[in-house]
Write a protein that binds this ligand. Structure first.
Ligand code: PMP
Length: 447
């Protein structure tokens, strides 16, 4: 019997004891190919020597120093490293312990920016349906993921949720990319005007949607139009790169490919690659300057902000990605993975959509390819695929099952950047088998 409050109280878990590159090894000796990096976290695999050494060195000299007393070298160096490579305009980094904390910091920074600059009426947030920004209350209210919100409705913070840039389901068959993105930007403008042109604080979006839909890259031009609307009304653009950032899509920040700069960006997951829990909120010089010229104090302390060991680990992770030239490898491996998925699953009668960017690939399963009708959420196809994959020795990340049935079943693939091509073959082979077995079980259950 366990005394651990496991999140899924019905499930029993293998005991993970060791890592070997992209594999996790369980106590019974079984090896699991980590095709999802856990939840898009483990981008360097599970035993990167340079990261382990950096952690050991930092712990041996100073594990932790509270940031209300001290700054530390790893924190300063990591901030420099990130800002040198961040989209133009981002100049300061606020370090926290994970993605939800980074999003909370982003929301509170946006709010404090407006209270400090004499616009306290700006308090409304706009985000998108089928999005996820974390599980703490503010971040949960911001995300539109119905399944994760359901137990807690009505949430404390009210947020408007607009149409996501999710071409497979939201773009009309005859609608051009330009018409689609113009329509979505117009929807944002209409909502800003409905709430009050000078009462909206920020628009929040994931550049490439992750933990709700597998992986959904935006249609080209979308973020430029969104940026224009935000600028027209003085609304801040907050981009949540917790999942898609830090090289996962083949560029350090996913938004680089879309050519816009946000006012605030959140990162986590791949920042520390799982070696230490760490997240960060990157902020424009303008927002920082407003707070510095006002109270001079961001009212948002956590005990572990800027944790020295976590910063040392993240710096070693990011330096390894750069020195091993892994961003270009992500682009090459991403294309190779996509090709394999298309050739093995592209014509599958229950695969509705294959999509992604870099090593961030999503698979959407449907009951009917023509009508795009999803499977009954009660069948939990995504969860069955996860279990069947684990039985095959493969980790993939399932999503789905909203109460309104709109969300459908999705699988996210987000493997480590250090994979060899042979791992891709193993991945796709095991995944195909898991999908076949899960579909067989679902059809048996619904027959
Ligand atoms: N934002 C996004 C886009 C995420 O994918 C996640 C985690 N899946 C979070 C925020 C929350 O991060 P964490 O689980 O580290 O709190």
């Amino acid at each position: 019997m366990t005394h651990v409050f496991h999140r899924n109280t019905h499930q029993s878990y293998p005991v993970a004891v060791a890592g070997d590159g992209p594999y996790i090894i369980a106590a019974d000796g079984r090896r699991y190919l980590d095709a999802s990096g856990g939840a898009a976290v483990s981008c360097l695999g599970h035993n990167a020597t340079e990261v382990v050494e950096a952690i050991q060195k930092q712990v041996a000299s100073l594990a932790y120093a509270h940031t209300s007393f001290f700054t530390t070298e790893p924190m300063e160096q990591l901030a420099d490293f990130l800002i040198e490579r961040a989209p133009a305009g981002l100049e300061y980094v606020y370090f926290v312990s994970g993605g939800s904390e980074a999003v909370e910091a982003a929301l509170k920074l946006a709010r404090q920016y407006f209270t400090e600059t004499g616009q306290p009426q700006r308090r409304h947030l706009i985000a998108r349906r089928q999005s996820y920004h974390g599980n703490t209350l503010g971040a949960l209210a911001t995300g539109g993921n119905a399944w994760r919100r359901a137990q807690f409705e009505p949430l404390l913070t009210q947020v408007s949720h607009l149409t996501p840039c999710y071409a497979y389901r939201e773009q009309g068959e005859q609608e051009s990319d330009d018409a689609f993105t113009t329509r979505l930007a117009q929807e944002l403008e209409d909502e800003i005007l409905r709430l009050g042109a000078d009462e909206v604080m920020a628009f929040v979006a994931e550049p490439v949607v992750g933990a709700t839909l597998g992986a959904v890259p935006p249609v080209p031009g979308y973020f430029r139009k969104i940026r224009e609307v935000c600028d027209r009304y003085g609304v801040l653009l907050i981009l949540d790169e917790v999942m898609c950032g830090m090289g996962r899509t083949g560029t350090l920040f996913a938004i680089e490919e879309d050519g816009v700069s946000p006012d605030i960006t959140t990162i986590a997951k791949g920042l520390g690659a799982g070696y230490q829990p760490i997240g960060a909120t990157l902020v424009s010089g303008r927002i920082y300057a407003a707070i510095a010229a006002g109270t001079g104090f961001f009212q948002h302390g956590h005990t572990y902000i800027g944790h020295a060991t976590a910063c040392a680990a993240a710096l070693a992770v990011q330096q390894a990605i750069e020195s091993r030239q892994l961003l270009s490898r992500v682009q090459v491996l991403g294309t190779a993975l996509q090709q394999r998925l298309r050739s093995r699953l592209g014509d599958h009668p229950h695969i509705g959509d294959l999509r992604g960017r870099g090593l961030f690939q999503g698979i959407e399963l449907v009951r009917d390819r023509t009508t795009k009708e999803p499977f009954d959420p009660a069948l939990k196809l995504h969860a069955r695929i996860k279990q069947a994959a684990m039985d095959e020795g493969l980790m993939c990340y399932p999503m789905g099952g909203t109460l309104d049935g709109r969300q459908g079943d999705h699988i996210l693939l987000a493997p480590a950047f250090i994979l060899e091509e042979s791992h891709l073959d193993e991945l796709v082979e095991k995944l195909e088998r898991a999908i076949t077995l899960a579909l067989r079980a679902v059809k048996g259950a619904s027959a």
